[in-house]
Design a protein. Structure first.
Lengths: 386, 546
């Protein structure tokens, strides 16, 4: 087919990767023309001390800042509008996000709303942001979300119990300062969830219908890095070298999925997170093997590459054996990482199936899933994950 | 697989978008310089909008193809009663009656075709409320870089109020001019009449004249006298009358004159009055103001041939700049207000516009001189007041007279004079007056206050009537100019019959004319016509009691 010759874009922000990158915030904020900086973070990250490092760096450059930490996991539309109010009241002109996916998505939301002057709910969908946002610098502190390099913003609308995606080149940050050291304050469970999130990104990007040669490179390398370093990193939380590998895996997974987009795992995880406010990484981890099982017939070769990248030797296996080898590997990895809960244990019941399925089908990530899924297909995957 | 998905096409479109280049979202960062420029731009937009909105004229822009509004300012919203949102996108025909819209569109096209500014000195536009306003409009073509007229800019000034004021000004200028003319004519005319009457009277005494000639001469003198009365009216209108001002309470003046108004208006007309309780101190010639009221009441009576109600009200009114602006006349200040209303036939606009012009009358020929209202106008003007009239055909008419109120600090020689209510009497009075209407009026006034009145219609008649009642008559009220014998002649003869009898002359001429004509005895008492009832009664009482 002509896939090889299809035109594909690859969008990535400038990023600085390495231990100590977070201390560069002040210099870059100044270079970008910052006058007063809105620092978006969350209480956990503040307690870990990373926010302080960032604000110290701003102060060292003589840049005034306002701190906004009113963000919870799965950032809510109201939290974004509250942040906008702070941004405007403090007359800020640039934003720095320090934290995991929630503060970064919140910061992106604040940026969109301030420059476009409309409510955050109005930007749902693809390419809906017309006016670019103020300069945004991201300092990720979890090795998972990759929101710091992606063109995704995921927002919760608690009123309708859904999460929605804003996908636009406009929300790609100007700069990511990716500092593996910030991962060292994560406990083993959070390390596991975020690491498996990164792995999910890489796997979904690799099998996405919008993938390209450039995204494949990053996706496959991300799978290699995360699957080899995640368990050791969980076992040695303070090992900066392992942290760096996971962080790089996360970065490359981010570069891949930001351009290749995702698939059914994310569509279903968004639906779950919106309905039940469950942590995104854990949702993905729970669903991943079930979705892989569903998708595998649609792109068997791709999944073989994935299995090989994970270090599996598939030689001499028939397709059924290959499939169970990969699924088994993923399940073992999940268990070893400590993610053993099922949806049922998180409070999901059969009565939720209808709501979850219908919203998952509407999620943009479903559009690039390698296998077209029906209502029943998705229900079955959810049921298997119960 | 296709049948597994409920909307495969939607999904395919979404997939294309996701894999695509993000054509609809920009990847340029909203840098501070850009933020700054956008901020400046929006400030400048707001600044310009503020300017356009605050231009005290309707400003609009229409696009050249369909002539639909693309801009509309705040003054336009206020003028037409449509909001900007309602107007934008609409055409002339969506907003205005066909005839007007056709006119606007025609002019718009003209401007766009010629590419030149066009001024429309006057055009009528209907507002949302249905009111019609007069606009002075400039229409200007706006060109694009290639010189095509793309838009039409309009600037329209609401000149309705100004037009109204211009009309008012024109009216007052006309009155002024007529006054000047009338005054000038009357002055010269008086001199001429003086000559005619002087020589006429001299000739009358010529014993060589036959009865026939004398009779003709009487006609000449009579005509000259009538002419003199006219000139007197004109003088009053042209404000050349002598004023004897005093500070009085206008309520008192009205209250006292009311008693006579009852007689003037007749039985079929009911008189009601509402007099403001606080004192309305004004510096006026009360005789003249009485005349104003009498004239207005006379008019009112004539307007109500089948009866009705005459209402007199007084009040206090603060006139501010706004009043002046709205009405187009008057001076700011505090005024005493007298309104005289009737329930009569009313007037149409045309009549109303000319009501104060001398010799303008709607009455039958010979019934009115056409000077009554002109005199009212002159007197009020002379008091630095102003008058307006409201009238509706078949409903009635109201005249409002505004007289400047005295400031409360009075100087010592300007004490408030409350005119003493006139006292009547039972004495017999001989009234010699050739004008039958005046004679009847005076007779009625005096009789109303208890006096016995003997009426005489000329000088000769007066002498004869006096001779018949020489002992009873205590006072003779005598017009100076009368047929057969003038006042002075008649008086001489009467004094021969009874030297002690009191004589009071009346005349419509101003005092200086009377004196210059030597028709008055030295020390004789004179009362000016038209007779002011109160003044007449006071004067009579005063003389009788002397």
């Amino acid at each position: 087919m002509s896939e090889t010759f299809e035109l594909r874009k690859f969008v990535a922000p400038e990023f600085v990767f390495g231990v100590g990158a977070r201390h560069l915030v002040g210099r870059y904020a100044k270079n970008l023309g910052g006058r007063k900086i809105l620092v978006v973070s969350d209480p956990g990250v503040v307690a870990a001390g990373w926010t302080r490092d960032v604000t110290d760096s701003l102060e060292a450059e003589g840049l005034p800042f306002a701190l906004f930490t009113g963000v919870t996991s799965n950032p809510k539309a109201d939290e974004i509008m509250a942040g906008v109010a702070v941004y405007q009241a403090e007359r800020c002109n640039a934003i720095v996000a320090v934290g995991g996916g929630s503060p970064i998505d919140c910061a992106k939301g604040i940026g969109i709303v301030t420059s476009n002057g409309r409510h955050i709910l109005e930007f749902e969908g693809v390419d809906m942001v017309k006016v670019p946002m103020p300069p945004l610098i991201c300092v990720p502190t979890t090795g998972g979300t990759s929101a710091d390099v992606s063109q995704f913003v995921i927002i919760s609308n608690p009123l309708e119990k859904v999460k929605f995606a804003i996908i636009s080149k406009s929300v790609v940050p100007d700069l990511a300062l990716i500092d593996p050291e910030t991962l060292t304050t994560m406990d083993s469970y959070l390390t596991a969830c975020t690491g498996l999130d990164a792995l999910t990104h890489a796997i979904e990007a690799y099998v996405s219908t919008a993938r390209s040669a450039m995204t494949d490179l990053h996706a496959i390398e991300a799978i290699r890095l995360v699957s080899s370093s995640l368990l050791p990193s969980i076992a040695n939380l303070a090992d900066l070298e392992l942290r760096t590998k996971v962080m790089q895996g996360s970065l490359q997974a981010g570069l891949a999925f930001s351009n290749a987009i995702l698939g059914a795992t994310h569509a279903m995880a968004h639906s779950l997170g919106g309905a039940l406010d469950i942590a995104h990484g854990e949702c993905n981890a729970i669903l991943l093997d079930h979705v892989v099982e569903f998708n595998m017939p649609a792109a068997p070769e791709r999944f073989e590459h994935i299995a090989e990248a994970m270090g599996l030797d598939l030689r001499g296996m028939n397709s059924g054996q290959k499939k169970s080898a990969l699924l088994n590997h993923i399940r073992v990895l999940k268990r070893a990482a400590g993610v053993s809960r099922t949806l049922n244990e998180l409070g999901v019941g059969r009565s939720d199936m209808n709501f979850l399925t219908s919203h998952a089908l509407k999620d943009p990530c479903m559009a690039t899933n390698p296998r077209r899924a029906s209502q029943r297909d998705i229900e079955v995957v959810y049921e298997e994950s119960l | 697989m296709k049948n597994h998905s409920d909307s495969p096409d939607q999904l395919a479109i979404l997939q294309k978008k996701l894999a695509g280049f993000g054509e609809y979202s920009l990847r340029k960062t909203y840098y501070p310089e850009l933020q700054q420029r956008l901020e400046e731009l929006s400030e400048s937009e707001a600044f310009l909008k503020n300017i356009v909105d605050n231009i005290p004229a309707m400003v609009f822009v229409k696009e050249a193809t369909e002539l639909r509004f693309v801009a509309f300012n705040k003054a336009g919203e206020e003028l037409l009663g449509y909001s900007c949102e309602e107007v934008l996108g609409k055409s002339n025909h969506d907003l205005f009656p066909k005839e007007q819209a056709d006119f606007f569109a025609q002019k718009d096209r003209e401007v766009l075709a010629h590419g030149e500014l066009l001024e429309i000195p006057e055009e009528v536009i209907r507002t949302r409320s249905g009111e019609e306003r007069i606009l002075r409009t400039k229409k200007i073509p706006l060109f694009d870089s290639e010189g095509n007229a793309r838009y039409l800019l309009g600037i329209a000034e609401d000149i309705t109020d100004r037009k109204h004021l211009e009309e008012q000004l024109l009216q007052s200028q006309k009155m002024e001019a007529i006054g000047q003319l009338a005054g000038g004519v009357a002055h010269d005319f008086n001199n001429i009449l003086m000559v005619i009457m002087g020589y006429g009277n001299m000739l009358k005494n010529d014993l060589g004249l036959g009865t026939l000639q004398k009779e003709k001469l009487e006609h000449i003198i009579e005509a000259a006298d009538k002419a003199a009365q006219l000139t007197r009216g004109l003088l009053a209108f042209s404000r050349k009358q002598e004023m004897k001002t005093r500070v009085v309470n206008l309520n008192d003046v009205v209250q006292q004159v009311e008693k006579f108004l009852v007689r003037i208006i007749g039985e079929d007309v009911h008189l009601t009055s509402h007099l403001d309780t606080p004192d309305l101190l004004v510096k006026i010639d009360s005789g003249q103001i009485e005349q104003v009221l009498v004239n207005l009441a006379t008019n009112a009576r004539d307007a109500m041939p089948k009866g009705g109600t005459l209402t007199i009200e007084t009040g206090l009114l603060d006139i501010d700049e706004l009043f002046v602006q709205v009405n187009g006349y008057g001076e700011p200040g505090r005024y005493a207000l007298v309104s005289v209303s009737d329930t009569g036939v009313g007037m149409d606009e045309k009549t109303k516009a000319r009501i104060f012009e001398p010799f303008f009358t709607t009455k039958e020929l010979g019934k009115g001189t056409g000077l009554g209202m002109a005199i009212v106008y002159g007197i009020v003007k002379q008091h630095h007041g102003f008058i307006n009239v409201y009238s509706e055909p078949q409903i009635g008419t109201t005249f409002r007279i505004y007289i400047p109120l005295m400031e409360m600090e009075l100087t010592s020689d300007e004490e408030v004079v409350t005119p003493a209510p006139p006292k009547g009497g039972t004495e017999t009075i001989l009234v010699a007056e050739d004008d039958s209407a005046v004679r009847a009026l005076v007779q009625e006034i005096l009789a109303g206050f208890g006096y016995v009145v003997i009426a005489a219609e000329d000088g000769q008649d007066a002498v004869e009537k006096f001779a018949a009642h020489s002992t009873a008559v205590k006072l003779v009220l005598m017009d100076i100019i009368m047929p057969k014998k003038n006042g002075k002649e008649a008086c001489c003869e009467i004094r021969q019959l009874n030297p002690d009898v009191k004589v009071l002359y009346s005349s419509g001429y101003t005092l200086d004319i009377i004196q210059s004509r030597d028709v008055l005895d030295e020390g004789a008492e004179l009362i000016m016509k038209p007779v002011q009832p109160l003044e007449l009664l006071r004067k009579i009482r005063e003389l009788l009691d002397r």
